[in-house]
Design a protein around this ligand. Sequence first.
Ligand SMILES: NC(=O)c1ccc[n+]([C@@H]2O[C@H](COP(=O)([O-])OP(=O)(O)OC[C@H]3O[C@@H](n4cnc5c(N)ncnc54)[C@H](OP(=O)(O)O)[C@@H]3O)[C@@H](O)[C@H]2O)c1
Length: 272
Amino acid sequence: MGKGRRNMSVARTFTLITGASNGIGEALAENCARRGDNVLLVALPEPKLEKATKALTERYPNQTFYCLGKDLMQKESPQEIYDWCKDNGYIVDKLMNNAGLGNSGAFESKSAQFYYGQMQLNMVNLVMLTHIFLQDLKSLPKSYILNVSSMAAFYDIPYKGIYSASKSFVYSFSRSLRKELEATNVGVTVLCPAAVLTNSDVLARNEQMGFFSKLTQARPEEVAEYTINRMLSGKAVAIPKAVPRFYKALGRIIPYNLKMRILAKQFVKQKQ
Ligand SMILES: NC(=O)c1ccc[n+]([C@@H]2O[C@H](COP(=O)([O-])OP(=O)(O)OC[C@H]3O[C@@H](n4cnc5c(N)ncnc54)[C@H](OP(=O)(O)O)[C@@H]3O)[C@@H](O)[C@H]2O)c1
């Protein structure tokens, strides 16, 4: 499903956000709009994507918002998103790779197909989108890539292993790419949030969290504000809120086996 007027003469730049119909992605879209950006919203082809786009159009009538429904678990989606931009003359100067999927429960409790899709979404298509847009981003006076990882990137998490591994991948890839691009006009920032109160799964999981984990919680709006400020000021990493930053530092001094016991106890409680 695609939406957006065909207009080859459009020369405005756009922020492209994946997973923009809900949660952090929707908050990033709203925050970018508030700062004056035109925004391309990409997410699953669900009515809420159109609804989020319409809401921005009504709130910011002088800017342009288009949406494209795509399943980023599908191999061909990055190319189709790029072609949509090219065909319509949308110039992307901020690429925000936000769409991602979590998991909980024992490794063998989910199908191989589930993990295949999760890895395709969280890692493969994030890399493909970055790769396909990079030449265009480099051709602009200033451009940005924001990749959404997680605090999970910093830990080996039992009962959440594919998710934490995928987010470590995003973190490592983003830091490496940033170094490669340091002499260019393309900034690369990686967002590593702790618990953000977004979808019903996160809210339910949050209920099961202990006191110290609950201290890390953030609202999507505050995550978006902090992250975009970090990105625009050229920072490599955005970890919203002081408590997660403190936990990350603490994680470096806690012995590995103890850390694993704490994490296993914490995450085994989560429903599958
Ligand atoms: N929430 C947290 O606690 C937390 C913490 C750390 C990191 N993160 C990361 O932050 C990112 C956003 O998380 P969130 O909690 O805001 O998620 P969310 O509320 O579930 O929203 C996910 C967004 O991605 C879209 N999406 C899901 N599967 C997709 C697919 N296959 N193809 C295209 N779009 C897809 C969703 O569309 P639909 O709504 O139509 O499904 C929605 O717009 C993820 O990468 C996540 O791993 C989240």
